[in-house]
Design a protein around this ligand. Sequence first.
Ligand code: SF4
Length: 367
Amino acid sequence: MFAGSVTSGSLRAPQEADHIGQPSVVGFIRMRGPARAEPASAGTYHGPVADKRVLLAKPRGYCAGVDRAVQTVERALELYGAPVYVRKQIVHNRHVVSTLEKRGAIFVEENDEVPEGSIVIFSAHGVAPEVHEQARQRGLKAIDATCPLVTKVHQEAKRYASEDYDILLIGHEGHEEVIGTTGEAPSHITLVDGPDAVDTIQVRDPSKVVWLSQTTLSVDETMQTVARLKEKFPLLQSPPSDDICYATQNRQQAVKQIAPECDVVIVVGSQNSSNSQRLREVALEAGARAAYLVDFAEEIDPQWLVDAQTVGLTSGASVPEDLVQQVLVWLAERGFTQVEEVTTAQERLVFSLPAELRKDLKAAGKR
Ligand code: SF4
């Protein structure tokens, strides 16, 4: 779907994600859009400009974990009625949060803001076990929308802690996912916030140490951190499989592919979205002359595009496709009418809704 076919108000993922299975890497494919992006109105066209183009990265936008979390809130509202409480932003995107608020979701910071006996949904970023316990004590009905790929990291942390390893968790201090994972084994986990933090890290036994990571980090920076850790702790073990999730890796790979050809890369995503911030950084590292993060098309400063011939466009894993389409319309109005989609991987992964919600939907005769 290219500019000119914008739908409004949808929080759903693009419909190609309809099979269960791992994403397959396809090298990269370049496709001109089926229709050139046209200005929304001739009156706002900013003059004749030839050969201005947009390289549209794919994969971009919603991942399987975000789609599941957003659907969890939507289906809970439909099943139980408003209000439904959500602890923290369900995903880190302003548009998604405000749309769900309008439908009856109430976002809170902690369980003690939720009236006793109410429904509370935990966000995609995951929570510490004590948050589940607080909800139980308060008599809340908790629905856990933690992404299964975050849960996988929690399980790894619990397993290594039970074997008395020191766990070096690479991640950003204060991020909800890091807080949740650390809560699984606080006495065994030490945060490593980037390569420069390595020098101060101490462990009890250098022969029994493992690294894990937040799911939404820069792949390259994480590998630098791991290399520094291995210099310091040669017997450092690695996680059994990648902790940086498929969606983060695929979006970074796609933006790396387009960035060297771009004068400017625009990343659609919110400031508090870790994976969106990383896309902006990766674009710059891969050769884009400039890169900006915006929530909405209206936040783009036309000055950024002065002298630009090629604009790259992508979006974070918590961003609905509508917002990208609106940026394409905005760009078309300024002469960037050639849209070329550059595909580096196909994604087919879908997660089922949380078990507690599926059970209630089934009991209510809904699927
Ligand atoms: S970015 Fe990755 S870990 Fe986070 S919700 Fe999406 S799939 Fe899950």
